[in-house]
Design a protein around this ligand. Structure first.
Ligand code: PXP
Length: 231
């Protein structure tokens, strides 16, 4: 069974749009877990545009695994070492982007990200690198000693020809390298099924579509339907 992590960032986006205290991303997380989600993902951005420090602290108190998405900065590494979430997913971050547009450039950045990765691993945190389905990136991730990679499915979700093949090849390389495979970005009811067939896939992290769908059918129903598609 593929695990489903629910990204609750966009519940916080809606809350912040009006400067209110609702909707509460922690309440959304609890509801998603009641309806079959296996874990919660949240990205604390440098500009705090959606999730805030207090949200992360409250999400950490839930009994389900928290996947703390973060940029590789001193501030975030210190916060992660203090909070000790179940997992940290390291992502690239640019202030002007609307969402995480591509994977982390692990090949170009390997020297600078090796020490923060070691700090997180030494703190007992399961580190995952969010990368594009590039053979070199996967091999570099393995050399950096992380146990997990999350493949960026955003380009596939946009319908680019050949992208599903790239993801299949990437999944095989991940297996050869002994890495646990996760994937996410841009996934919907319509495009998720081919992704569930990736060899060795253990977890999908899905946010924007399920939170959007919740407007129409409720969050419990949107999570349940996605969970059924993964089984
Ligand atoms: N995984 C990672 C690493 C992400 O950055 C995001 C987007 O925040 C997701 C998964 C979920 O993507 P989406 O919101 O498009 O489902």
């Amino acid at each position: 069974m593929i695990r489903l992590g629910i990204n609750v960032d966009h519940v916080a986006t809606l809350r912040n749009a009006r400067g209110e205290r609702y909707p509460d991303p922690v309440r959304a997380a609890e509801l998603a877990l009641e309806h079959g989600a296996d874990g919660i993902t949240a990205h604390l951005r440098e500009d705090r545009r959606h999730i805030r420090d207090e949200d992360i602290r409250r999400l950490r108190t839930l009994s389900a695994p928290l996947n703390f998405e973060m940029a590789v900065t001193d501030e975030m590494v210190a916060m992660a070492c203090d909070l000790k979430p179940h997992a940290c997913c390291l992502v690239p971050e640019r202030r002007e982007e609307l969402t995480t547009e591509g994977g982390l450039d692990v090949v170009g950045l390997q020297d600078s990200i090796a020490p923060p990765i070691k700090r997180l691993l030494d703190a007992g945190i399961r580190v995952s690198l969010f990368i594009d389905p590039e053979p070199n990136a996967i091999r570099t991730a393995a050399a950096l000693g992380v146990p997990v990679i999350e493949l960026h499915t955003g380009t596939y979700a946009l319908g680019k020809k050949g992208e599903l093949d790239r993801l299949h090849k990437a999944a095989h390389i991940a297996i050869e390298c002994g890495l646990e495979l996760h994937a996410g970005h841009g996934l919907t009811y319509e495009n998720v099924s081919p992704i569930t067939k990736l060899s060795g896939l253990k977890e999908l992290n899905i946010g924007h579509f399920l939170i959007s769908e919740a407007v129409f059918v409720g969050l419990g129903a949107s999570v349940q339907r996605m969970k059924a598609l993964l089984s």
